[in-house]
Ligand binder design. Structure first.
Ligand code: ADP
Ligand code: MG
Length: 240
């Protein structure tokens, strides 16, 4: 039984006369770390937003643990999404940013405290809990964004280019941190990037997309050694 099944998923935006996602088919197992790659505008964010429920699915089926999710409200999908721009609340402390979603759920204070402190420990944020986001570095802010998703203990993590605002050195550091976090928590993850290095180093499987169509699905080694076409070879950097 796969954890997430996407069957013949299509997306047509209201104001558009062509399909943005043309026919997306993918089964994701428990604990996988899927990296979805492809050039800008190929439909990666649209795909993630459909899974999160932030965009309607025009056609096809989205199943999570065998339950059809197409019409389930985002807050009931048990999915946490991390964005490129962090979207932290500037007026709140790190602690309150991380606790916010749990407070809304009316979770009791001691359970919130436990979860926030546990996440802060894992992410190395224990000393920063009383700070506001503006008093943090880019990498620390991105960690708070991860922590905010983690405390919800979601079934599924979606990350949309979470590192693309960081400089190269920090990106490489955070890449390792996110992989470590995934090994520790084991949550099923779909990670979007246009960075080949992230794809090759982080993925259990890579999905390569172009113009709304999946070109190839495989382990980093499979797509590198046996790219199905020139586009994949060029994108992954396989020798030709
Ligand atoms: P990616 O994340 O791979 O860069 P997106 O999923 O953001 O690609 O966008 C795919 C295509 O869909 C682009 O051509 C984009 O302009 C278009 N698009 C994205 N959002 C909307 C929208 N809300 N309405 C209409 N078209 C959109
Ligand atoms: Mg995008």
């Amino acid at each position: 039984m796969a954890k997430i099944v996407m069957k013949n998923i299509k997306k047509r935006y209201k104001n558009s006369d062509s399909l943005t996602v043309k026919d997306f088919n993918l089964s994701i197992d428990h604990k996988e770390f899927i990296v979805l790659v492809g050039p800008s505008g190929c439909g990666k964010s649209t795909t993630l937003r459909m899974i999160a429920g932030l965009e309607d699915i025009s056609e096809g089926d989205l199943l999570i643990e065998e339950k059809r999710m197409n019409d389930v409200a985002p807050k009931n999908r048990d999915i946490a999404m991390v964005f490129q721009n962090y979207a932290l609340y500037p007026h709140m402390t790190v602690y309150d940013n991380m606790a916010f979603a749990l407070k809304i759920k009316k979770m009791n204070k001691s359970e919130i405290d436990l979860r926030v402190k546990e996440a802060a420990k894992i992410l190395g944020l224990e000393e920063y809990l009383k700070r506001k986001p503006k008093a943090l570095s880019g990498g620390q802010r991105q960690r708070v964004a991860l922590g905010r998703a983690m405390v919800r203990n979601p079934k599924v993590f979606l990350m949309d280019e979470p590192l693309s605002n960081l400089d190269a050195k920090l990106r490489s550091h955070m890449r390792a941190e996110i992989s470590k976090l995934h090994r520790k928590l084991g949550a099923t993850t779909i990670y979007v990037t246009h960075d080949q290095t992230e794809a090759m180093t982080m993925a259990s499987r890579i999905v390569i997309m172009k113009d709304g169509i999946i070109q190839q699905i495989g382990t980093p080694k499979e797509v590198y050694d046996r790219p199905v076409n020139r586009f994949v070879a060029g994108f992954i950097g396989s020798p030709s």
